[in-house]
Design a protein around this ligand. Sequence first.
Ligand SMILES: NC(=O)c1ccc[n+]([C@@H]2O[C@H](COP(=O)([O-])OP(=O)(O)OC[C@H]3O[C@@H](n4cnc5c(N)ncnc54)[C@H](O)[C@@H]3O)[C@@H](O)[C@H]2O)c1
Length: 350
Amino acid sequence: MKIIIAGNLGYVGPSVATQLRNAFPDAYLIGFDIGYFMHCLANAPHIPEVKLDMQVFGDIRKFPEQLLQGVDAVVDLAAISNDPMGNKYEEITLDVNYRAAVNLAKMAKKAGVKSFVYASSCSMYGAASDYPKKENDELNPLTAYARSKVLTEKELAPLADNSFKITCLRYATACGFTNRLRLDLVLNDFVAGALINKEISILSDGSPWRPMINTKDMARAIEWAIIRKKEDSGNFLAINTGSNEWNNQIKPLAEAVAAMIPGAKVSINPTGGPDKRSYMVNFDMFKKMAPDHQPINDLKSTIQELKDNLVAMNFNDPKFRESNYIRLKVLSKLQEDGLINGQLEWKFKS
Ligand SMILES: NC(=O)c1ccc[n+]([C@@H]2O[C@H](COP(=O)([O-])OP(=O)(O)OC[C@H]3O[C@@H](n4cnc5c(N)ncnc54)[C@H](O)[C@@H]3O)[C@@H](O)[C@H]2O)c1
């Protein structure tokens, strides 16, 4: 089996490399990434990509079609991957997350690839609701990032057929430690704040609902998506990926972190108001269809793994919200330093 993982040099990528290497020891694994965050390593004994057979540097907006020859599965993680970046780079977010993804799927289908897995997001449900959203419920994308995911799913659907299976994994918010750590994700931010500043500062009033999933479980879901039988779950599938047990409000999440990090206090932003991006999600379909690939990491073990790794790497930056672990900061710095242009292309490549 030959598998391409596009966008592998980010936060989730190292977990996917580990999972696919373990699940398919003989597979030929190819990473493809533009490399914005490749240097942002955390507590890494080696670069995570040693588990791959090949690493290609390139822009998914100009994906080299010949790389798809003989490939069985494509996993697309490549993205401008959160709302703050999506707000700053709106058109590029649509180009990378949506247009390039659809184009890659079309090329993959033409090349005879059998399975295409797209990292979608539950953020497409968008606005506050008092019931957990199911796959067929109305979508309400509030940001460019969420819109990019909705548009992609819509255009991927008609491409699927008996010989080309497409799975859109609508992920809950990611959390947990990987060797390309992000601290712009809520739980990771809480653990870092609790350890360094003894303060978990909630930017909203703490009421929003936010389902969570550990990156290792995201990677297990990708393995499932590659091997799932389309006879059981369809040529095209868009599926909420997470677990009902991990639908949390922000405040109890912060309190769970405080309970595990002595001396840490929770502070709520009194002027923050309720964050509009609040959603509960129903993960019943994933539970039914992927019984052997259900999330196995829980809140406690995830907080513990974050804590242990941050301690092991002597993490002590009180201004971590300005650091290399914040995706938007890294992109902005690359641009300020003249390394990438306004289109987020490397300047030294034509
Ligand atoms: N982290 C989350 O909470 C979460 C939740 C739901 C879905 N997702 C999705 O999972 C995927 C992976 O997320 P992540 O947290 O690892 O994000 P990340 O930002 O850490 O990684 C994204 C990767 O895409 C690469 N990339 C960006 N533009 C590219 C381009 N033009 N060409 C090639 N590569 C490009 C980046 O270099 C980076 O390595 C994304 O699609 C994201 O939208 C993430």
